[in-house]
Design a protein around this ligand. Structure first.
Ligand code: LR7
Ligand code: MN
Length: 579
C-alpha cells in the first residue's frame, strides 16, 4: 500500500490576493483578458516575505515547501513583469519593440526585460494546495522541442520547470533543437544550460517538424512519464504533481494542464475560465467549450475536478512513456505542424485510453498570431495533408464530413499525396481500437455529425414524382417511402447516391448514368442548392452554360442548361440534415 502526501506547496503566496477570480475572462479562453491587478499589499511583496492566504506570516508550516519556487521568493520583486503582471514598454522603446515583434510574433523586446524566473500568480482553485498526492509518483522527462525559439522565452520555459517541479520527480529536461538557424541557440545555449545537470540538448541535423522532433526527444527520455511542453510557456506552482498523480492512478490517462494565457503584448499571466474542455469542430478544427452550468450543478462538478476531453490542444501533456509506445506514438508521417493533436486524441480514446484536463495543474502559454518559423513546404498544404492522414486512418465513414467541409480538393490524389497509411491502419487493427462511431457516441456526443447532408425520397417538383432506380436505370414513380429503391442520399462529398451507386452526369448524350461511387471522381459531384442539382464539373456547352438535372417529359433524366424557373429542374429530399 502506498501512502499519500500533500502536494508540495505551502499556503498560497502573496500573489493569492492577485487571484483573478474577479477577472472578466469570458468563456472563450484565448481572448486576452485584463492583466491581473497588483495585490493590495504589494509593498510586502517586495520584501520577499511569504504570506499565507489570510495575509498572516507563516513560518515553515506542516507541509513541505517547494524551496525552488520563485513565486514564493522572487529574486527581484521590482522587476518588470514580476508576479505575472503586465509589463510596459517605455515610450522611447516603442519602436524597437515593434520592430522586434516578428522575431517571435509576440513582444520579444518586453520579454527580454522580464526575469527568466519571474513569479506568476497562483491561479489554482483553492482546493488544489490541499490536495494529496502519492509519495511514490513516477518520474517525468520534460520534452521541449523548438525551432528558432526566442531566447528569453525558451529560458523562462526551462526555469519554470526547474523551479516548480519537485526535483525527485523531474528526471530530466530534454531540449530538442529542431534544426534552428539562430546562432544564440547553438554555443550560447549549450553554455547556459550546462549549469543545470538535468538539462540535455538534442540537436536534430535536419528539420523534423514538431511531431518527429517530439519523437526524437521521446526516444532519448528516461523518465517514467513523458511530459511535452511548448517552448514558450511558464509552469505555475504545483503544476507537475497533479499530472503525475493521474498517470499513477491509471497509466492510460493522458493528462493536460489548464493552458493559461501569457499575453503576447504585455506578457501578463492571465487566468482562464474554469470548466473548459478541448473539442473539435468540422473540419477537425480544435476549440474550447465550456461545460454547461446545469451540467456542472447536476453532476456536482467542482472546479478542481479533472475534466475528460474529446481532444487535447496538443502542446502540453503528460503520458506514461511505455504507454506512448504501446499506442504507437504519433503517426510519424505527419509533417511539421498541425493535426497531431487530433491524431493522438482519437488514438487515445478509441484504443482504450482517456484524456483529461487537470485544473490543479496550470501552465501559461504565449498564443501567437503567426508561426515565427518557416514551413519547408506550404503551411496550408502541410496542415491539410496531415489532417487528411488523420481522417483516412481514424474517421471511418465520418471522413466524408471532414472532406465536405472545404477539403474536397484533398480527395483528388493528383493534387496532394498524403503518403502511405498502411502502418497506421495496421496499428489500429493491432490495438483493436473502437470505431469513430463509438467515439462520437461515447466521448463526444455533443458533436453534430450526420453522415449525409440529405436523404430520403428525391421529389421532382415538375412531375410531382420520385426518383427510382430499377435494374441499373433511373426513372420516376409515385412517391412511396416504403420502397427502398426510391431512397437516395446527398453526401458530404456531394454525390447523389443509392448504396454504393452514384448518379453521375454525363458529358455526352446529355443524360446521367449510374456508376460505382468513387469519392475521388470530381465529375460525380453535384451542387444541390436552392432545390437544383447542378453538375459541378460538367461544362457540356460551348457557351460554358451550367448544366442542371432535369426530369424529362417521358420519365427520363436529362442534363439541361440551368433554368431557375423550370420546375422540372427543382428537386427536394424528404430530410435535410445540413444546408
Ligand atoms: O517545425 C517545427 N518544429 C518545432 O520544434 C514547428 C514547431 N516546433 C516547436 C515550436 O518551437 C513550439 O515549441 O513546436 C512547438 C509548438 O509549435 P507552436 O508553438 O508554433 O504551435 P502552437 O502553439 O501554435 O500550436 C498548437 O498546435 C500545434 C499543432 O501541431 C501543436 O500541437 C502545439 O504544441 C500546440 N500548442 C498548444 O497546444 C498550446 C496551446 C494552444 C492551443 C489551443
Ligand atoms: Mn505554442
Amino acid at each position: 500500500e502506498h501512502s499519500i502526501q500533500k502536494v508540495q506547496i505551502v499556503d498560497k503566496s502573496v500573489v493569492k490576493d492577485n487571484k483573478t477570480d474577479s477577472l472578466p475572462v469570458k468563456a472563450v479562453v484565448h481572448v486576452s483578458g485584463k492583466p491581473p491587478q497588483a495585490p493590495l499589499n504589494a509593498s510586502k511583496v517586495q520584501t520577499g516575505e511569504r504570506l499565507n492566504s489570510t495575509g498572516v506570516w507563516k513560518q515553515g508550516g506542516l507541509h513541505k515547501v517547494m524551496t525552488l519556487d520563485s513565486t514564493l521568493k522572487p529574486r527581484d520583486a521590482r522587476a518588470m513583469g514580476q508576479f505575472g503582471w503586465a509589463a510596459v514598454v517605455a515610450p522611447d522603446d516603442q519602436e524597437e519593440s515593434k520592430r522586434r515583434w516578428s522575431e517571435g510574433y509576440f513582444n520579444v523586446f518586453l520579454s527580454e526585460q522580464i526575469p527568466v524566473d519571474r513569479a506568476v500568480p497562483d491561479t489554482r482553485p483553492p482546493a488544489c494546495s490541499q490536495m494529496l498526492v502519492h509519495n511514490d509518483l513516477p518520474t517525468t522527462s520534460v520534452i521541449f522541442c523548438f525551432v528558432d525559439e526566442v531566447w528569453s522565452t525558451l529560458l523562462r520555459s526551462v526555469h519554470s520547470v526547474l523551479n516548480r517541479s519537485p526535483p525527485h520527480l523531474l528526471k530530466e529536461v530534454l531540449l530538442v533543437d529542431d534544426c534552428s538557424t539562430k546562432d544564440y541557440l547553438k554555443d550560447k545555449l549549450d553554455i547556459y544550460m550546462s549549469q543545470f545537470p538535468k538539462v540535455r540538448i538534442i540537436r536534430l541535423k535536419e528539420r523534423h517538424g514538431l511531431i518527429r522532433a517530439r519523437l526524437a526527444g521521446a526516444a532519448e527520455a528516461k523518465g517514467d512519464v513523458l511530459t511535452f511542453l511548448d517552448s514558450h510557456i511558464e509552469c505555475n506552482v504545483g503544476w507537475l504533481e497533479p499530472l503525475l498523480e493521474r498517470v499513477y492512478l491509471d497509466r492510460r490517462k493522458v493528462v493536460c494542464p489548464v493552458i493559461e494565457v501569457i499575453n503576447d503584448k504585455d506578457m501578463s499571466y492571465v487566468m482562464v475560465d474554469n470548466f473548459q474542455r478541448g473539442i473539435f469542430k468540422w473540419p477537425l478544427v480544435f476549440g474550447w467549450s465550456t461545460l454547461q452550468n446545469d451540467f456542472i450543478s447536476k453532476n456536482n462538478i467542482k472546479v478542481s475536478d479533472p475534466l475528460r476531453c474529446p481532444v487535447m490542444a496538443g502542446g502540453l501533456f503528460s503520458i506514461d512513456r511505455k504507454y506512448f509506445y504501446e499506442l504507437g506514438t504519433y503517426d510519424p508521417g505527419l509533417d511539421v505542424w498541425g493535426g497531431e493533436n487530433m491524431e493522438i486524441s482519437f488514438k487515445i480514446w478509441m484504443c482504450g485510453g482517456e484524456i483529461e484536463i487537470i485544473p490543479c495543474s496550470r501552465v501559461g502559454h504565449i498564443f501567437r498570431g503567426e508561426n515565427p518559423y518557416g514551413f519547408p513546404k506550404d503551411r496550408q498544404r502541410t496542415v491539410e495533408r496531415n489532417l487528411a492522414r488523420v481522417a483516412e486512418v481514424w474517421l471511418d465513414e465520418y471522413k466524408e464530413i471532414f472532406y465536405g467541409h472545404s477539403y474536397l480538393h484533398l480527395l483528388d490524389k493528383n493534387v496532394i499525396d498524403i503518403g502511405n497509411l498502411t502502418a497506421q491502419i495496421q496499428l489500429r487493427e493491432k490495438l483493436q481500437c473502437k470505431s469513430f462511431k463509438w467515439y462520437l457516441e461515447n466521448i463526444y456526443p455533443e458533436l453534430e455529425a450526420p453522415l449525409v447532408k440529405a436523404e430520403g425520397l428525391v421529389f421532382n417538383v415538375g412531375n410531382r414524382k420520385c426518383l427510382v432506380q430499377e435494374n441499373g436505370s433511373l426513372s420516376f414513380e409515385i412517391c412511396d417511402l416504403s420502397k427502398q429503391n426510391q431512397h437516395f442520399s446527398y453526401s458530404w462529398v456531394r454525390t447523389l447516391r443509392q448504396n454504393s451507386t452514384c448518379v453521375s452526369p454525363q458529358a455526352t448524350g446529355r443524360g446521367v448514368a449510374l456508376e460505382p461511387c468513387d469519392n475521388t471522381k470530381a465529375h460525380h459531384r453535384w451542387l444541390h442548392k436552392s432545390n437544383k442539382f447542378l453538375a459541378e464539373h460538367l461544362i457540356a456547352d460551348a457557351h460554358h452554360q451550367r448544366m442542371c438535372l432535369e426530369a424529362g417529359s417521358t420519365g427520363d433524366l436529362a442534363m439541361k442548361p440551368c433554368d431557375a424557373s423550370n420546375s422540372y429542374q427543382q428537386w427536394h429530399f424528404t430530410h435535410y440534415y445540413s444546408q
